[in-house]
Design a binder for this molecule. Structure first.
Ligand SMILES: [Fe+2]
Ligand SMILES: [Fe+2]
Length: 189
């Protein structure tokens, strides 16, 4: 699948989940939506960091240093902020009076981030990569999802040689923690 179409689809899906989370009043529903959103957002940021950003920086930075250098660095900083908010929400009681405000700030930050990515890197690769290259990257993004973390890890490396190994390691731990949590949920009266 074309990398741009794939990412745009993910952005719209996450925005829908955020809308639902902002509107949800029932604490059980909030928890459920936050879990879904955490998986989607954590995985999406991880595959962009592992596949998309290194590829554009290596192949296109000379062509357009602002879009594929500066903008990508800004995207990484926004990922870091998003992971931090997501991590805090995850540990918060959904009944906490600060939960809705934090969810709103998350939604605003996600919207801003998507706008920046879509007007920057995604518009840029539409211009500079042909269909075959975009399809190749789209495939790699989808494949990387299988071994991407499903929880937010603000302190995991987001660039450089250790990205893939640390994501795979975190993903295995997340999978185990999610399984334990789900098992505990089924035992709860
Ligand atoms: Fe994205
Ligand atoms: Fe992103």
């Amino acid at each position: 699948m074309d990398a741009v179409e794939y990412i745009l689809g993910k952005h719209r899906e996450m925005e829908q989940l955020l809308d639902q989370l902002e509107q949800a009043e029932d604490p059980g529903r909030r928890t459920e939506l936050l879990r879904d959103l955490t998986v989607e957002l954590a995985r999406h940021m991880a595959v962009e960091e592992r596949v998309l950003f290194p590829a554009v920086r290596a192949e296109l930075c000379d062509v357009d240093p602002e879009t594929f250098g500066d903008d990508v660095l800004e995207n990484l900083e926004e990922h870091h902020v998003l992971k931090t908010i997501l991590d805090e929400l995850h540990d918060m009681d959904p009944d906490d009076e600060r939960f809705p405000a934090k969810a709103e700030v998350l939604a605003e930050t996600v919207e801003h981030h998507h706008e920046e990515e879509e007007e920057g890197v995604l518009a840029g690769i539409r211009e500079h990569w042909d269909d075959a290259r975009r399809a190749g990257i789209g495939r790699q993004l989808q494949e990387a999802e299988a071994t991407a973390p499903t929880r937010a890890h603000p302190n995991l490396p987001d660039e450089g040689r250790l990205v893939e190994a640390s994501q795979r390691f975190a993903a295995a731990i997340d999978k185990a923690r999610d399984a334990v949590r789900d098992a505990a949920d089924t035992l709860r009266p």
